[in-house]
Write a protein that binds this ligand. Structure first.
Ligand code: NDP
Ligand code: 8X3
Length: 246
């Protein structure tokens, strides 16, 4: 039987690259996001690879929408909980509470809604990937709520792994440092110039690099799991250490 991979946040960056990569590994893809046109482009690209691609356009922050779109699905082999964002980069006494809601509702609650809906449709041998971050174990100035949301993903991943042991479902947390996607543009509310400076003097990772790691972990033998994968550009050693070349 063909295997199915569900990837949330597949309209851009890491999610899009992972959908294409897993399709090339022989998975049929279910791709989600809020931007319908981008999902249609992805579908066409994956179908050109000879794989099936179902696209589902909804907001992971809405429990109702998550249930409506994901409940009908069956037999999911891989779930990539990727949809997420950082919004704003301010001190806690200046932050916008709408940004805080967006991050907590997407990165934490959205991931939980999707997971709760999909897990009953996963069999032994299934594999969940959660997109955490180096911000899931480090906390930096101006990042209280984003870091808190990724600390939550780290905790959820550890508990989920324990909860699913008996069902033979693996849980891998992917925790990247700098990956050049639309992430920084979203964080700075569309300010592309500011976003570009984040990667000044650094060769960042790409969505394809993260997809490569996910594809590798997904093909390991049944008895072997990568619990936690921290991935960074070679010029970065943590949230506080980046060597920028002039
Ligand atoms: P992008 O902004 O390029 O992609 C984010 C994806 O999430 C988009 O497809 C977007 O789709 C989707 N998304 C966001 N909000 C929602 C929502 N409410 N409902 C449904 N989908 C949503 O960023 P990345 O690819 O970089 O980020 C992917 C994940 O990786 C995130 O969880 C991020 O925190 C994590 N990460 C990223 C790092 C980086 O440096 N880039 C480093 C560490 C972790 P749409 O807008 O169409 O809904
Ligand atoms: C994104 C990476 O360094 O902005 O999760 O926290 S960082």
């Amino acid at each position: 039987m063909k295997k199915q991979a569900l990837i949330t946040g597949a309209t851009s960056g890491i999610g899009r690259a992972t959908a294409i990569r897993l399709a090339s590994e022989g998975y049929d893809i279910i791709a989600t996001g809020r931007r319908a046109e981008r999902l249609e482009h992805l579908k066409a690209e994956i179908e050109q690879q000879g794989r099936k691609c179902t696209v589902l356009c909804f907001d992971v922050r809405s429990e109702e929408e998550v249930k409506q779109f994901l409940s009908p699905l069956e037999d999911i082999d891989i779930l990539v909980n990727n949809a997420g964002l950082a919004a704003g980069l301010e001190h806690i006494d200046e932050g916008d509470t709408r940004d805080w809601d967006a991050m907590i509702d997407t990165n934490v609650k959205g991931l939980l809604y999707v997971t709760r809906t999909i897990l009953p449709k996963m069999h032994e041998g299934g594999h969940v990937f959660n997109l955490g971050s180096i911000a899931g174990t480090e906390a930096y100035e101006n990042g209280a709520v984003y870091c808190a949301s990724k600390h939550a993903v780290h905790a959820i991943s550890q508990s989920m792994r324990a909860d699913l042991l008996k069902r033979g479902i693996k849980v891998t947390e992917i925790r990247p440092g700098m990956v050049e996607t639309e992430f920084s543009e979203v964080r700075f509310h569309g300010d592309k110039e500011r976003a570009d400076h984040v990667y000044d003097g650094v060769e960042p990772l790409t969505g394809d690099d993260i997809a490569e790691a996910i594809a590798w972990a997904a093909q390991l033998p049944r008895h072997m799991n990568v619990n936690d994968m921290v991935l960074m550009p070679a010029q970065q050693a943590g949230a506080f250490y980046t060597c920028r070349r002039k």
